[in-house]
Ligand binder design. Sequence first.
Ligand code: ATP
Ligand code: MG
Length: 560
Amino acid sequence: MTEDEFRPTNFIRQIVEKDLRLDQHTLVHTRFPPEPNGYLHIGHAKAICLNFGIAKDYQGQCNLRFDDTNPLQENIEFVESIKRDVEWLRVGWNGKICYASDYFNKLYQYAVELISKGLAYVDELSSEQIREYRGSLMLPGKDSPYRNRSVQENLLLFENMRNGHFNEGNACLRAKINMASPFMVMRDPVLYRIKFAQHYRTGHKWCIYPMYDFTHCISDALEGITHSFCTLEFQDNRRLYDWVLDNITIACHPRQYEFSRLNLEYTVMSKRKLNQLVKEKYVEGWDDPRMPTLSGLRRRGYTADSIREFCKRIGVTKQENYIEMTALESCIREDLSKNAPHAMAVIEPVRVIIENIDIGEEMLLTLPNHPNKPEMGNRKVLFSRDIYIDRADFREKAKKQYKRLVLGKEVRLRHAYVIKATRIKKDSLGRIIIIFCSYEAATLSRNPLDGRKVPGVIHWVSAAHALPAEIRLYDHLFNVPNPTAERDFITTMNSSSLVIKHGFVEPSLVEAKPEQAYQFEREGYFCSDSLYSSVDHLVFNRTVTLRNTWSKSGVKTSLK
Ligand code: ATP
Ligand code: MG
């Protein structure tokens, strides 16, 4: 089955299909409405794939809309990063952008309409008083003493709010609904508040800003959205969504449906928490390869295909749950095992001298770029007397199960010859610094002529030709599956989430393009770091290990 033939089905798609079948709508129109107050994360990818996926599969439209009504938190850097990430995901975005801030005039007019109908009033209680008067789930709220002002007075006061005649916090506009409603959101919610702040798009034009619940439904209706999908925490807000649209003069009334948000183990997804990690420098930035942001995942080596595949696999339901990190890792591993060219890199190098090769002699070997895909071509790699192998691939003594190089025994060098370790040299601390070997010339990519079996294979690079490289090994950012459940999530951070090694890579990797993935033979999937890597200083990020190194219980199992 090709990707296009496989169409996920879920309760949301069933609603859309039914509406189209019953001619409720001729065209489906969705939207993805991020607030530009941070970078997009993998949870947003779920919402993007849902909204843009539906538009694509049912020949409809999906708007990218910036929900930008919070001037203090929002800026153009976030807008640009969101555009970049949505584009990168290749979900069929047509490049058009909508902004809630483009609707500020209209939103103001709708607020005036509600006031004129006696459905909104200017309240002068302080925010603490408003909270106090709101009551609780057990207790009904109390009416504000300002609730029964006349329409005329409210119109004048709202205009005064707009003209800057009130200080911040001294007045706000509230819907007049029901202070005893069992739904807290319906207890006269605030529609507008005063903020003397510069907005990244409208500058100082406004000193009052509409709240999310008021803005969101009207923006949806103005854009002709048919289905407005959001996460479950907005379930109760649906009543307010409908109340606003029922009480203003607007032709369109989109329907809101809720689905469960994506929670991923061993990371956090709230923008506030991600922002804290960046601001307090627990990570190097929003695009730190350990972050669950799309820019972090991209820098780490995740492909857009693997993220879309992940979103397809997790599906869309109303069930709150945690997805294991291994589910995301499997998606990138499957993609890269098919598509990433192979290369050799030694991460923890130890020197090997093959004494029966002459000093200065070079042998040019032809290595396949992918063992199962001849169409990916070959590359030339030099082999010589001096090579590096990984320290973990040699032991002085070992049990039979150890299929690597042991003193006095043989091993095959990947795509090259069989070598035998003859003696070793140690430094004064007893650490091995050179392994002396001999090689057998007749074993290039074939078994020894006398039929001897050499089962182990290890990787290598030629010391004279290999290039030094900084290799960054990443692990979970947190030590516990659900850091948010802790009192202070920061205390659960994994202090070894980044380990930097200094190894060697084969020379062809000098041409590695940023974010281009490779399978480093026997080591894992790696990509060149888009920020730090240069021709003079190669830096590679480990995207993911070759196999899952985490058991079900969350205990790390040894790789080798
Ligand atoms: P946060 O709670 O982290 O601040 P948010 O929901 O406020 O996130 P927005 O920028 O408003 O962030 O989100 C844009 C859209 O993405 C919303 O429709 C929201 O429901 C959806 N979304 C955000 N986080 C997730 C998630 N973890 N899983 C699925 N959808 C999400
Ligand atoms: Mg939000």
